[in-house]
Write a protein that binds this ligand. Sequence first.
Ligand code: ZN
Length: 279
Amino acid sequence: MTKDQLLTRRRALLAGAAAVGAVGTAGVLAAITGEEAVRPALPAVGPPAAARPLKPSAYRLQPLTGYGPPRAAQRKTLVRHEPMLKVSGRGRTMVLTFDDGPDPRYTPHILDTLAEYDVHAMFFVCGEMAVHNEDLLARMADEGHVVGNHTWSHPLLTRLSRSRIRSEMERTCDVIEDAYGERPEWFRAPYGAWNRAAFQLGAELGMEPLAWTVDTLDWTTPGTRSIVGRVENGAAPGVVVLSHDAGGDRSQSVRALRDYLPQLLDSGYHITVPRRQYA
Ligand code: ZN
């Protein structure tokens, strides 16, 4: 498929979505606001996150936050000093996010389940995965999912120079635009390790930083039941759930979604994707 065909298809999809929104389902979409963000329980003492070495085994356990005052930026994207951790919106809204893919072994199954229940999710993709799986990004566009930027090669940004961070982000924006049809509006730092450069460069590239509220810890392959339990125990209005569709054997993540998604829907949750709120 040519890029033009892809863009035409994407535009048609967006036009359809706008028409649906106009007739009254817009309230299902959540607006994200920085004010709603809640800090995770971080240690009260210790060196700044940017300087603290991270153990690989502990890196995904909690989002770290960066420093610096908010500033005005190009493209009316605010430079934040911490990522958003949850969404605000009417009703029982939750957001499902899948990181590190796409992986042709697992991502199609996740897309199948989302389609079966007619819900949309967010995929924070790595450029080095996306460039080999552009068909999966096109499918995400066709099916109304949101694709975010998770860097090119999943490095620890707090150890990189500013120019390397920019390169990691920019190349990934480019491959997403090629395959998905538009540039990403959301960014998530690998390992939840944010720093000031990541916030500033993300804003320059027109992206908002989104972390998560509930970590399924699926990357530790704790068992499908354990992943399901973490989602069910963490379910609450505004919650953003972190899972992975790549980076190892993710068959437990695939099976868990088939279990918890219908349960969340039965409990009255709207599973949706956030709408950007421009500064
Ligand atoms: Zn990741």
